[in-house]
Design a protein around this ligand. Structure first.
Ligand code: PLP
Length: 359
C-alpha cells in the first residue's frame, strides 16, 4: 500500500487529513485483481448486486433524451418531488422543495453540512463505533470530533446519559447513524426520543440523521430521528441516498431534507463547488425512488442469509466475538484476543520466510 505522503505545498488543513482507509484498500484490491490475483474485496461498504435493469434503462433513456446538461443546483424539480414523496411514504416526514437537496452522494451532503455550519472551536458528537469518514470531515472544517464510547451493555448505541456527559457549550452537531456502520446498531423510536429529550436542553445542537442503511434491516424496524422526535425536526438534517439501498454506489447520488436556512446554505456551497449532482445520477435516482420497491426486501433477505453464514463461520473461532447485527451489512468483530498472536499456518510461513503468507 502506498504510504500516506503529504506534500509540503499542500495546505495545513489538508496535512491533518487521513485518506479514507476503505477507499485506499479498495484501490489496492482493484489493482491486485487487475494483476490477476484472486481477491475478495471486503473494504468498501457496497453491495455486489448490479443496479436493477429498469433503473439502468431509464438512465440511458434520459441520456438519449438530452438530459446531459447542468441541472438546478439542488437537483431537478422531478427528482426533488420523488425525494419528497419518498420521505412522506417511508418516513412520514413532510418537506417542501425548498427543504430538499440532492448532491454527489450522502457523503457530500454530510461534509457540506459540517462545512456550512462549523466554527473552529465547535464540537461534533460522534457515537463510537463510527463510519471512518465522519471525524476526517469534521477535522477538515477545523472543528473538533468528540467521540462517545458505548457501554458494554449498550449494543453499540448512544445512551442519554453518555450523550448528556458529552455535550457542552461548544457542541454543534450530533451524528446519528442508524442502522450503523460498522456495528449494524439499530435505534428504536423510544431510544431516539430519549436522546431527543437530552438535546431539547441544548438548542444550539443540530442533528444529522444518516439513514443511508435504512432499507437493510433484519430484526426490528427502522425509524428516522425526525420521525421519532418531531419536536427537533427543525434542527435535523435527514440524510439518505440511493447508494446502499439500490446498489448504486457509483452513481453518486445522495439527498437530504432539512430546515430551509440549512438547505439554502448547502445549495450555496454546492453552487460554488460541484454546481449540481450529475444529471445521469439524478435520472437513475428518479427511476429508483419512483419505481417498484419489491427488490429491496428480496435483497435484504439474501443479505440476511449471508450475515447468518458469516456469523456461524466466525463463531467457530473462540477468540473472535461478534454480536448479531440487526441491520446494515457489516459484522463488527472483536478480535482483541488475537492481536499479537499468530496462526499455526502463519507461523509456518514465517519460519520459511514467506511473508505475506501465500501458502
Ligand atoms: N454514511 C455512511 C454511514 C456510510 O457508510 C457511507 C458509505 O459507506 C455513506 C454515508 C456514503 O454514502 P454515499 O455513497 O451516498 O456517499
Amino acid at each position: 500500500m502506498p504510504a500516506h505522503v503529504i506534500h509540503d505545498q499542500l495546505s495545513t488543513r489538508l496535512r491533518a487529513l487521513q485518506p479514507s482507509v476503505t477507499l485506499v484498500i479498495s484501490q489496492l484490491a482493484r489493482k491486485l485483481t487487475a494483476e490477476g490475483r484472486d481477491i475478495i474485496n471486503m473494504s468498501s461498504g457496497e453491495l455486489d448486486f448490479d443496479t436493477h435493469e429498469p433503473i439502468v434503462r431509464s438512465a440511458i433513456a434520459a441520456l438519449h433524451d438530452g438530459q446531459t446538461r447542468y441541472t438546478d443546483v439542488g437537483g431537478t424539480p422531478a427528482l426533488k418531488a420523488a425525494i419528497i414523496a419518498k420521505f412522506k411514504r417511508e418516513n412520514q416526514l413532510t418537506f417542501t422543495p425548498r427543504q430538499i437537496i440532492a448532491s454527489t452522494g450522502a457523503k457530500q451532503i454530510i461534509f457540506n453540512a459540517l462545512l456550512a455550519t462549523l466554527e473552529p472551536e465547535d464540537e461534533v458528537t460522534i457515537p463510537a463505533p463510527y463510519w471512518v469518514s465522519y471525524p476526517e470531515m469534521v477535522r477538515l472544517t477545523g472543528a473538533v470530533p468528540r467521540y462517545v464510547e458505548p457501554g458494554d451493555q449498550d449494543d453499540f448505541k448512544l445512551t442519554p446519559a453518555r450523550l448528556e456527559a458529552a455535550l457542552n457549550a461548544n457542541s454543534r452537531w450530533l451524528l446519528i447513524n442508524s442502522p450503523g456502520n460498522p456495528s449494524g446498531a439499530l435505534y428504536n423510536a423510544q431510544e431516539l426520543r430519549a436522546l431527543g429529550e437530552v438535546l431539547a436542553t441544548y438548542p444550539r445542537v443540530l442533528v444529522i440523521s444518516d439513514d443511508i442503511y435504512e432499507h437493510i434491516v433484519y430484526e426490528g424496524a427502522f425509524v428516522s430521528f425526525a420521525t421519532a422526535v418531531p419536536s427537533l425536526a427543525a434542527r435535523t438534517l435527514t440524510v439518505n441516498g440511493v447508494s446502499k439501498a439500490y446498489a448504486m454506489t457509483g452513481w453518486r447520488l445522495g439527498y437530504a431534507g432539512g430546515p430551509e436556512w440549512l438547505i439554502d446554505g448547502l445549495s450555496l456551497l454546492q453552487s460554488q463547488s460541484t454546481s449540481c449532482p450529475s444529471a445521469i445520477g439524478q435520472a437513475g435516482a428518479l427511476a429508483a425512488l419512483n419505481g417498484p420497491q419489491a427488490l429491496l426486501p428480496e435483497w435484504c433477505g439474501r443479505l440476511r442469509q449471508r450475515r447468518d453464514v458469516a456469523l456461524s463461520l466466525l463463531r467457530q473461532a473462540p477468540e473472535l466475538k461478534v454480536a448479531t447485527p440487526p441491520a446494515a451489512f457489516y459484522l463488527f468483530v472483536d478480535c482483541r484476543d488475537l492481536i499479537g498472536k499468530r496462526s499455526r499456518q502463519a507461523k509456518q510461513c514465517m519460519m520459511t520466510w514467506r511473508w505475506p503468507p501465500i501458502c
